[in-house]
Design a protein around this ligand. Structure first.
Ligand code: SF4
Length: 337
């Protein structure tokens, strides 16, 4: 590991001060991804600023929204009563990720900033445009079972690995940032960037900006929400496909719905096409299937991952069936472990 300086910040201004003039400075949350990247030599910061001293409070605001400090651990967020009661999709997504030990360390800010688990990204003998811009991408013609089917480019087909961020995308979460240019907020769905021809640029973060909090607007039907994760083994595995959903049904008609997919793109994929088709439709398997098919109509499979397209459709139908109490024929996606 390359030598680096370490300092712990107790506030956002303190973190910015400690990052100083080092353009390559990195903020350290629980370290569950950054430390691995540093051990592998993929990240080589000369300055590491520990931001676990920033807020870890979870606060219900007067307008009913929930503000979550960036240093909140995944374990604490999943155990929070307001989250479990008002946004069960978020608690289930977090509990579907990683192991108990990792959830005890990983922070909310770090979770949304974690980097892809594409094996070629971690292998410095492989070509990877994300690690070395312009080098090529060995995943496109290589082993790509875990890779993207939506929003990918010829330069990168990596997926974003977070479960939590998929639920946040479905819940219209807003990311609070602070940096040399001042504080600003960005919708979670706009925070991550699809690869295009610059897969090394993954978020809208500017130099030295850091995540200070994430907020969730009040959602009247948030209690009727769920997360289902399909993976190669029952625990401690990244999603092949995941679905986060919340739905409001009135008299058999879908009044409103939130839907996001994980494991299929370089960012949590808000399924806006499907949502638009579902609103006002009867809550039936046929409506769910038509919306899922429309959302995945633009998907593209590669050598090993084309199965994800059908899997994503079926998982959308299955989760909406679960939430509406409709027995969905052909739900073969299994129950989330
Ligand atoms: Fe690198 Fe992206 Fe290609 Fe993986 S898919 S090797 S991260 S460029």
């Amino acid at each position: 590991m390359t030598p680096f300086t370490y300092a712990k910040a107790d506030s956002a201004p303190d973190a910015l001060r400690l990052a100083g003039d080092d353009a390559g400075a990195r903020y350290l949350g629980g370290g569950t991804n950054l430390v691995d990247l540093m051990r592998e030599g993929i990240e080589r910061p000369a300055t590491v600023v520990d931001v676990t001293g920033l807020s870890d409070a979870i606060t219900t605001e007067d307008d009913g929204s929930l503000t979550i400090g960036a240093a909140t651990t995944n374990a604490a967020l999943a155990a929070n009563t307001a989250v479990r009661e008002r946004y069960p999709v978020l608690a289930r997504a977090i509990l579907g990720g990683a192991s108990g030990q990792i959830r005890n360390m990983a922070t909310v800010g770090g979770n949304i900033l974690q980097r892809t688990r594409c094996t070629y990204f971690y292998d410095d003998a492989a070509r990877c445009n994300k690690r070395v811009p312009g080098a090529g991408c060995d995943a496109v013609g290589g082993f790509n079972r875990n890779h993207a089917v939506l929003g990918a480019s010829p330069d990168c087909i990596a997926t974003h690995p977070s479960d939590m961020a998929v639920a946040l995308a479905a819940l219209d979460a807003v990311v609070h940032l602070d940096g040399p240019g001042g504080a600003r907020i960005v919708p979670l769905v706009d925070f991550h960037i699809l690869p295009g021809d610059t897969p090394d640029v993954e978020t809208v973060l500017r130099r030295h900006e850091l995540v200070t909090a994430v907020s969730l607007p009040a959602l009247s039907f948030g209690a009727r929400s769920a997360y289902r994760k399909i993976r190669d083994r029952a625990s401690y595995a990244f999603a092949l496909v995941s679905v986060a959903a919340a739905i409001d049904v009135d008299g058999g008609t879908i009044r409103d719905v939130r839907l996001a997919l994980g494991g299929v793109a370089a960012k949590p994929w808000r399924a806006a096409i499907a949502e638009g088709l579902l609103r006002g439709k009867p809550a039936t398997e046929a409506s769910f299937a038509a919306a899922a098919a429309a959302e995945l109509a633009g998907a593209k499979g590669y050598r090993d991952n084309a199965f994800k397209i059908e899997l994503a459709k079926r998982t959308i139908v299955a989760v909406l069936g679960e939430l509406t109490g409709i027995a969905v024929f052909g739900d073969r996606t299994g129950v989330d472990a």
